[in-house]
Each structure stands twice: as C-alpha cells, then as structure tokens.
Design a protein around this ligand. Structure first.
Ligand code: NDP
Ligand code: BG6
Length: 491
C-alpha cells in the first residue's frame, strides 16, 4: 500500500531563524523529503532569514550540510539535493530593526497566486517584532500564514498576551501554532481508529474503560538545552502541550466533521472539563522528579549548570475529566527525561469482565488493553485473552493483536514521514486541523498554572530519580493507591 501524494500549490515559505537548530534539524530535512516525494512543487521557494549575513549560496551550503547530517540521502538522491537547493534563498533581516525587510519584500514579489507562509523558528520574544515588521513593510497579505513554535507562553498570562500580539496582525484563521505531536502518524491514527470504526465508540466511556495511561518517556537528558529547559521543566515543555493534546484526542467527543474548528472545539471542551487538581493534597495527584547523576553521567543540575535547580525533569499526574463520558475513569499521564527507554504510548485499559465463568485453574486473565504506540515504532496493539493452545484443558493466556504500520504498509523499510513534513504541508494547504487554536493553549495553561504555583512555593522540590529508571517512587504510588500499576517503560 503506497500513500498517494497530492502536490501542494506553489508557495513561498520564509523561515525566520533559518540558520537555527530547528531549521537545520527538522524543517530543511522535512522540506527535502516532501520535494523528494513529489509533494513540494519545483517552483516553490524557501527563504531562510536571520541576522547572520549569508547569501543564497552560503545558505544552500548550510542546507546541504543539514541534509547530509539529518537525511543522509543515498547516491541516487544526490541530483535531487541539487534541485532542491536551487529552491532555497536567503535574505538577512534583523527582527528588531528595519534592516533587510525591504529586500525581503522585493524578493518575495507580488504574485497573488502563490501561497505565502512565515515560519517563526525563533525565540517567542521575536514573535511580536517580526509580526510588526511584516505588517509595516507590506509583506503580510490577507491570506498569508503565520507559523509559530512552542513555547506559547510560560503561563496563562504570558500566553494570553502572546496570542493578543499575534492577533493584532494576523487573524486566527491564518495562525498555525505547532505542536509536533499532532503531526505524528499514530496520533492521527487515533482519530481514524476512534471515528472510522464503529467498534470502539460504544465502549469508549467510563462504563467500559477502567483508566487510560499516557506515557512519553525519553532516554536522553537535556544535554545542551539546559539554558532553555531550566526555565521550563517537564510540565511546561511536555505536559502543557504534547501530553494534554494526546489526552484531548483520546477523550474528546466525535466532532461533527474532520474540520479544523469542529475538532478544536471538542478538544477545548475536554480541557475546560479537567478537574482542577486539589492543591491541598497535590501529592496525591501530581508528582515531580529530577534525574540524579549515575557513574560518569552528569545529573540534571550538572547539565543545567544550576546546582540548586528545582526544575522538574519528570512529571506524573492523575487527571480527571468531569463530564458524563469520563467521570470515574482517571487518565494517568507521565513524561520524563533519562528514563529506561524512549517510549511513547497511549494505553486504554478496559474494565474486567463482570464475572469469570472459568475455573481458578484456568489462570487469571490480563484484561483488554488497547495500546497506541507513538514511538519508537508506530503500532496499535489490542491485548486479548485467549485459550492457551494445545490439549492442556482450558487455560487462559494473553496475546496481542498486533498491527505494526510498517507491516501493514507492505514493507519494513517504509520511512514514516516526520511530523514536520505533514505539518508544513498542512500549512501550505491551509488546513489548521492539526494546529492548536489560541483558546486551547490558554485553557491548558489555566489548568496547569495552579499546580506550578504550588510547586514553586514548596521547599521540598522534585524527588531525585536514577537515570535509566521509571522515575521516582512517588510516581508508582500514584497508581498503587488506586490499586493499579504503570505499564513497563520498555521497547
Ligand atoms: P536557535 O537558537 O538554534 O536559533 C534561533 C534563530 O533565531 C537563529 O537562526 C538566529 O540567527 C535567529 N535570530 C536570533 N536573533 C534574531 C533577530 N534579532 N532577528 C532575526 N533572527 C534572529 O533556536 P532553535 O532553532 O532551537 O529554536 C527556534 C524556536 O523553535 C524556539 O522558539 C524554540 O523554543 C522552538 N523549538 C525548537 C525545537 C528544537 O528542536 N530546536 C523544538 C521545539 C520548539 P541569528 O543569530 O543569525 O540571527
Ligand atoms: C519537544 C521538547 O517539544 O519535544 C523536547 O521541547 C522533547 O524537550 C521533544 O525532547 C520530544 O519530541 P519527540 O518527537 O522526540 O518525542
């Protein structure tokens, strides 16, 4: 089975921060892949832009190196690299002065038939200055799109003010707030699974689902990103956006159509229905941890170069949704760095059968679990109980009904497109379904802020945990208290 590629319309994409890490590691490789797949037209243009004084050739050299490092094209793709690089251009601009903007306007030209998009791959402190420059220099058209990266604010107040700044220049229908988790294949498959199959919907509620576990575990530490991370922490870096978005897609009502505002309205309702965590007993519902040192491996505090840092690198939460569908079914969320392995999944645990007809010697059965694995290999598994094969009488055993996407696509070397490939093409197509609306971002902060306020005032700080573990003990207790246990963090 090969996915059909529908080419997008000719476009001009300006990447502010074109010389930065995100551009080199994700955006340029993603665009190259889309060009190689025939989705990006040969007359599309990509403009890199930043303060560094480069010309087109120097930017193409930078992009060639990024492709060699992050794509590693085979010998038969070399000509394609040259063709792709011809589509790259560079205009130096300074977000905080008028330098370079007139040239950018001139080079973009006025062709009304080309889609125009501005990708702000820069620190959020440049969002407003860049929007103002785009407006002042006549670069923004009625239809031009603005793509912004996380973090969208540090709390509710800053997110609201950032959204206000963006909306003073661009209308909401032209703003694309990236959460790259929404571009992951399994995340979209979650919607297909829920809303294109009649099988699950009757069971998708508190009557039939015991609990849901959402895990995003990383095996690496913060490395060189300590400067940014020490002001963010796992709650702001991962939970406020990626994990809450996964929760929304799992819990939302079926939208009337797969259309941007219909989907985003339903996600917003979930965020607004989250029960505020009781701050008086916060430890029963929210746990934070920080990785310690192990052997020669540095601790988080070493990597962040902040010996007294109280920033959390691990969070576990028990989240409840106060609505008819979900009251009585907790959602347990956890994410952390330097854990046992890199593994992300959504596991939906169904309730046990009300009465077992089998004798005790048949053994206990594990219960049904639907697991949607996002990483490392996208797959969906349904844990079933069957009779142990053979003539040994009625003995029960658990087996997974396994659907690995690579298998079902007919090839194990199928390359799963990176989330950025899909998201950038969606921007060009003008499809906002997989992007966060401003009110969603604010609703997520409104739920997170009180937890952060308590944590900021608690002198105890995060619990230390060993690198390569499953996080701090307290996280295990979060489920033990409810008579449940976390799934293993294992590939
Ligand atoms: P980098 O620090 O690597 O790059 C920043 C870019 O901004 C550089 O190209 C820099 O170029 C440019 N820049 C700095 N000052 C100005 C200015 N005054 N005018 C114009 N351009 C300027 O950051 P990242 O690429 O890592 O991140 C970019 C954004 O994406 C951030 O908001 C980050 O939080 C977000 N993000 C990054 C991820 C990643 O994996 N890197 C993941 C998710 C989000 P120059 O110095 O030449 O001006
Ligand atoms: C980013 C976070 O948004 O997501 C990083 O800032 C994190 O800290 C990354 O490592 C994880 O993304 P992925 O796609 O590798 O799971």
């Amino acid at each position: 089975m090969v996915a059909r590629i529908v080419p997008v319309d000719p476009f001009d994409l300006v990447v502010f921060g074109g010389t930065g890490d995100l551009s080199k590691r994700k955006l340029i490789p993603a665009l190259f892949h889309r060009r190689a797949a025939g989705q990006m037209p040969a007359d599309a243009r990509i403009f890199g832009s930043a303060r560094t004084q480069l010309d087109d050739d120097a930017f193409r050299d930078l992009a060639r190196e990024a492709i060699a490092t992050y794509v590693k094209p085979g010998p038969d793709e070399r000509d394609l690299v040259d063709d792709f690089l011809k589509q790259l251009h560079y205009v130096p601009v300074d977000a905080k002065s008028d330098a370079g903007w007139a040239e950018l306007r001139e080079r973009l030209g006025d062709d009304p038939n080309r889609v125009r998009a501005f990708y702000l791959s820069v620190s959020p402190s440049f969002f407003q200055p860049i929007c103002e420059q785009l407006d002042k220099h006549g670069l923004r058209t009625e239809t031009s799109r603005l793509v912004v990266e996380k973090p969208i604010g540090h709390d509710l107040a800053s997110a609201t003010s950032l959204n206000r700044e963006l909306s003073s220049v661009f209308s909401e229908r032209n703003v694309y707030r990236i959460d790259h988790y929404l571009g992951k294949e399994t995340v979209q498959n979650l919607m297909a699974l829920r809303f294109a199959n009649a099988l699950f919907e009757p069971l998708w509620n508190a009557r039939h689902i015991d609990h849901v576990q959402i895990t995003v575990a990383e095996s690496t530490g913060v490395g060189g990103r300590g400067g940014y991370y020490d002001h963010a922490g796992a709650m702001r870096d991962m939970v406020q956006n990626h994990l809450l978005q996964l929760l929304c897609l799992t819990a939302m009502e079926p939208p009337s159509q797969f259309e941007p505002d219909a989907v985003r309205d339903e996600k917003l309702k979930v965020l607004r229905a989250l029960t505020p965590i009781d701050t008086a007993t916060i430890g029963d519902a929210a746990v934070r941890g920080q990785y310690a040192a192990r052997g020669d491996e540095p601790s988080y505090r070493d990597e962040a170069e902040n010996p007294s840092s109280a920033t959390e690198t691990f969070v576990a939460l028990k989240v409840e949704i106060a609505n008819w569908r979900w009251t009585g079914t907790p959602f347990y969320l956890r994410t952390g760095k330097k854990l046992r392995s890199r593994m992300s999944e959504i596991a939906v645990r169904f309730r046990d059968v009300p009465h077992s007809i089998f004798a005790e010697r048949a053994g206990t059965f594990a219960g049904n679990e639907l697991v949607m694995r996002l990483q490392p290999d996208e797959a969906i598994t349904l844990q079933m109980t069957i009779k142990d094969p053979g003539p040994g009488g009625m003995r029960l055993t658990g087996v997974p009904l396994d659907m690995s996407f690579a298998q079902s696509l007919g090839s194990t070397d199928y390359r799963m497109p990176d989330a950025y490939e899909r998201l950038v093409m969606d921007v060009i197509r003008g499809d906002q379904t997989l992007f966060m609306r401003g009110d969603e971002v604010e609703a997520a902060w409104a739920w997170i802020d009180p937890i952060m306020a308590v944590w900021a005032s608690e002198p105890s700080g995060p619990r230390a945990y060993d690198p390569g573990s499953s996080g701090p003990e307290d996280a295990l207790m979060l489920l033990h208290r409810d008579g449940r246990r976390w799934r293993e963090i294992a590939i």
